[in-house]
Design a protein around this ligand. Structure first.
Ligand SMILES: Cc1cc2nc3c(=O)[nH]c(=O)nc-3n(C[C@H](O)[C@H](O)[C@H](O)COP(=O)(O)OP(=O)(O)OC[C@H]3O[C@@H](n4cnc5c(N)ncnc54)[C@H](O)[C@@H]3O)c2cc1C
Length: 489
């Protein structure tokens, strides 16, 4: 089934425990911090449910599902998956990182190679497959927390002052496990249906209690979300903060206050090898991150569109130095989009016949995450000048009879009214300067790990054999001269 937005909104009106502003949220769909994002996610489900959008497919079990859950078996299916994800990225201008398609990709990756989980016992393989089908056939929204909380990064999880700082198995029972501790940083978790919980940071011997992988509904007793401040709640209007008000996903520390997880929701149990392998010996990490790259390409296009419009509105777009800056943005965006398409064109196939994007090109972009986005933001910041602050504090000055004439007289450009100009520059500010914009700079830098981690992915997935062979081949083409007159070929 492909859900509608209304069905999704109904599903998250449960007794989930989310704290913000010192209070427990009663209903995330109406609370000012989460209303905008839950409406946005609902609109994504409506897009997918609209047959004209071609976002559904018939699964190998004969059910109808959202393409975000696809396990591609050919380049055509890989392309179909990308085109479906692009529809959602387009609707959010690339500013919603953990929309339901992100973790759906991880689940599809797990289910495509469930034998990795069978290394811990047949039950875990069955659990993965059963849950994947359940999530797919009910079009669920999963978010995830797969990083231990920041406390002391020099110590392993079991060495922390409090053994259950990071989530771990506190007790084993006949019907399941009790988990205790916390995990960072649940983006979108407050408005998702289920959480996927595990650990992608390398675990060390002794960390077995933390080497788990499971799913849990957000309404489970003992599960608590501590949200950071909202960037949507106090805003005067969508006109003033178009991105903050619609796309603030929220990020939460997740606390597990002795939470019961039935066995059927456990994918890996006290197994350091499987917890690592689930991400990298299946296409899970590749699928999740190809979604991230599809979204990122859309975001770059959107930002470049803003830069182009701002330059035209300010009458600077014909100046060669400005065209140089716009050209640099164009080069960045075209290169990243090209890498996305290259990763699809040069697809890889595993032993199960599952097709996934080429790791070299995917992780090549991942390794540049720390430099691309700050550069793009810097160029946009440079192009907009003070125009982003030469705006009235709210839309109210634009409709108040006392002030509106001044605004429309002095804030305008040839061919653009005050309303159009303020609208564009407020959008630019929401990208570069608002708290929402700042959070996005942090997001692009860290969502896939700190820079030393992302460059490690690029290093491990490049496949150096080819380039080393290239050099060896050349080195073998000439030798040390035996005589002075043979010094050149
Ligand atoms: C906006 C945002 C949203 C997020 N959403 C999610 C989410 O939905 N789900 C989720 O699971 N996680 C999420 N995260 C967490 C994200 O995965 C982590 O931020 C990321 O893995 C880095 O971990 P960290 O923040 O603890 O930084 P650290 O790993 O502590 O790194 C901080 C800095 O410390 C240094 N450093 C630390 N350790 C080392 C080392 N071993 N070697 C060299 N240098 C080191 C580096 O300079 C590094 O840049 C999100 C993060 C952000 C910022």
């Amino acid at each position: 089934m492909v859900r509608t937005g209304a069905q999704y909104l109904e599903s998250i009106k449960d007794n989930r425990c989310v704290y913000i502003g010192g209070e427990r949220v009663e209903n995330v769909t109406t609370h000012p911090a989460f209303k905008g994002i839950s409406q946005t996610v609902a609109s994504l489900y409506d897009i997918a449910a609209d047959e004209k959008q071609n976002m559904s497919y018939i699964t190998e079990d004969g059910t109808i599902a959202n393409k975000i859950y696809m396990i591609p078996k050919s380049i055509e299916e890989l392309k179909e998956r990308r085109e479906a994800i692009e529809k959602w990225a387009n609707a959010t201008c690339g500013f919603v990182g953990r929309s339901p398609d992100h973790v759906a990709g991880f689940l599809a990756g797990f289910a495509s190679n469930p034998d990795v989980f069978a290394r811990g016992g047949q039950m875990y393989k069955d659990n993965v497959l059963n849950f994947y089908k359940y999530a797919r056939d009910n079009d669920l929204y999963l978010s995830y927390v797969i990083i231990p909380p920041q406390t002391d990064r020099s110590k392993a999880s079991h060495e922390q002052e409090n053994e259950f700082t990071a989530v771990g198995v506190y007790k084993e029972q006949e019907d399941g496990i009790i988990v205790r501790g916390s995990q960072m940083l649940g983006t979108g978790s407050a408005v998702s249906d289920y959480l996927f919980v595990s650990c992608i940071s390398p675990l060390r011997p002794g960390d077995e209690a933390h080497a788990v992988s499971f799913v849990v509904p957000l309404s489970t007793p003992g599960l608590k979300l501590y949200s950071r401040p909202s960037f949507a709640a106090d805003k005067p209007s969508t006109y003033d903060y178009p991105l903050s008000t619609q796309f603030d996903e929220g990020d939460s520390l997740v606390v597990f206050d002795d939470v019961f997880i039935p066995w059927e929701h456990v994918f890996a149990y006290r197994n350091i090898d499987i917890v690592r392998a689930q991400f990298h010996e299946t296409p899970a990490h590749v699928y999740g991150n190809s979604q991230a790259q599809i979204r990122f390409v859309m975001k770059l296009k959107f930002i470049i569109g803003i830069a182009r419009k701002v330059a035209a509105m300010n009458g600077i777009d014909k100046l060669p130095p400005v065209q140089e800056k716009l050209g640099e943005l164009a080069s960045i965006a075209a290169s990243i989009e090209g890498m996305l398409l290259a990763s699809e064109y040069n697809y890889m196939t595993d032993e199960n016949g599952t097709v996934y994007p080429n790791r070299r090109f995917l992780y090549g972009v991942v390794g540049l995450q720390d430099s691309i986005y700050p550069k793009v933001i810097h160029i946009l910041r440079d192009l907009v000048g003070g125009g982003v602050l030469q705006v009235p504090s709210t839309y109210k000055e634009m409709i108040n009879p006392e002030t509106r004439d001044d605004i429309s007289r002095y804030i305008k450009s040839p061919g653009a009214s005050a309303e159009e100009r303020v609208k564009l520059f407020k959008l630019a500010w929401d990208v570069i300067g608002s708290e929402f914009g700042g959070r996005h700079q942090q997001y692009e830098l860290f969502y896939n790990g700190a820079p030393f981690v992302t460059k490690g992915y690029a290093f491990r997935n490049y496949r150096y054999e080819e380039v080393v062979q290239l050099v060896d081949q050349f080195l073998e083409s000439y030798q040390i001269p035996q005589k002075v007159e043979e010094q050149m070929i």
